[in-house]
Ligand binder design. Structure first.
Ligand SMILES: NC(=O)c1ccc[n+]([C@@H]2O[C@H](COP(=O)([O-])OP(=O)(O)OC[C@H]3O[C@@H](n4cnc5c(N)ncnc54)[C@H](O)[C@@H]3O)[C@@H](O)[C@H]2O)c1
Length: 280
């Protein structure tokens, strides 16, 4: 039996593999931090429109600055359009409506980053209140699935495939040393398995699903801890061999790679972006 060699690659420039020309993205948690960084990176890679979904009725000043900057990219390989939608990822009906609205308006859906997440308070695991545990799960697990559904339904509708990225965390792999946040560890570990599960179900439709696990990153997320005890920056930095926390822009490359054709055989994977935190 002879083995048929695959056809030669269709693109000749590596940058074309990473390009997101004319693609449409939905990003939850897109009003700040890693979600907003990812939105800008996708716009820079040529996306036609990136819809940032988040809780506040109106986008932050930071988001507006990024939108204005991205708009200047119009005509330079992309459209540079960032759109803001106020929605709560815990509301499944609303998230489906958001997906449908984007599909109706743009006639396609290519990329999803389910990035909205909450940490919750540090509480003794034997005393953890049920309602609070539920609140974290509703955002970090249910909300991630509702977001993936919102985009995935539109990818199915337009039969064009797509890339869905679920935001996990180093907390899905190891427990945070010295922090009583069982709710967060549990919710992020669920995201890993959700990504694998969706990846297996949706692959026949050309929809890839992967997760990203950042280590400690300097966003608004760890701010409640750092405001009270600034020494945490040093403690968390010491938890990886690079001896520093990650900067928000250090998520950009991985997000564009996963969103693009450059990762076309990457499915059901988790990509760690943690300075080596997991290696210790
Ligand atoms: N910063 C870190 O150290 C770190 C590390 C690992 C993973 N993460 C994960 O990355 C993601 C983004 O975090 P970040 O660091 O950019 O923090 P961030 O606080 O800047 O961003 C989180 C965003 O999610 C939004 N959000 C929260 N609940 C929501 C809801 N119910 N509906 C819609 N939006 C909601 C917030 O308003 C916020 O804009 C989170 O899922 C977080 O768990 C962060």
């Amino acid at each position: 039996m002879t083995y048929a060699l695959p056809a030669p690659p269709t693109s000749t420039l590596l940058t074309q593999d990473f390009a997101l020309i004319d693609r449409v993205a939905l990003i939850s948690g897109g009003n700040s931090g890693l979600g907003l960084e990812s939105a800008l990176a996708m716009a820079e890679a040529g996306a036609r429109a990136v819809y940032c979904v988040d809780l506040p009725e109106h986008p932050s000043a930071e988001w507006q600055k990024v939108r204005d900057y991205a708009a200047k990219l119009k005509g330079k390989g992309g459209e540079g359009r960032l759109e803001y939608v106020s929605a709560d990822v815990r509301n499944q009906d609303k998230m489906w409506q958001v997906g449908e609205m984007i599909g109706d308006k743009e006639g396609r859906m290519d990329i999803c980053l389910a990035g909205a997440g909450v940490l919750g308070d540090a509480v003794d695991c034997l005393e953890y209140p049920g309602r609070e545990f539920q609140r974290i799960m509703e955002t970090n697990v249910h909300g991630v699935l509702w977001t993936a559904q919102a985009a995935g339904q539109q990818m199915r509708r337009f039969k064009n495939g797509g890339s869905i990225i679920l935001m996990a965390s180093i907390a899905a792999h190891v427990a945070f040393k010295g922090h009583a946040v069982a709710q967060y560890h549990t919710s992020k570990a669920a995201v890993l398995q959700l990504a694998r599960s969706l990846a297996c179900e949706l692959a026949p439709e050309g929809i890839r699903v992967n997760s990203v696990s950042p280590g400690f990153m300097l966003t608004r997320f760890p701010k409640p801890y750092l405001d009270v005890q600034p020494e945490y920056e040093h403690i968390w930095s010491s938890m990886n061999p690079m001896k520093r926390m990650g900067k928000p822009h250090e998520i950009r490359g991985v997000m564009v790679w996963l969103a693009s054709d450059a990762s076309s055989f990457c499915n059901g994977s988790d990509i760690l972006v943690d300075g080596g935190h997991h290696a210790w």
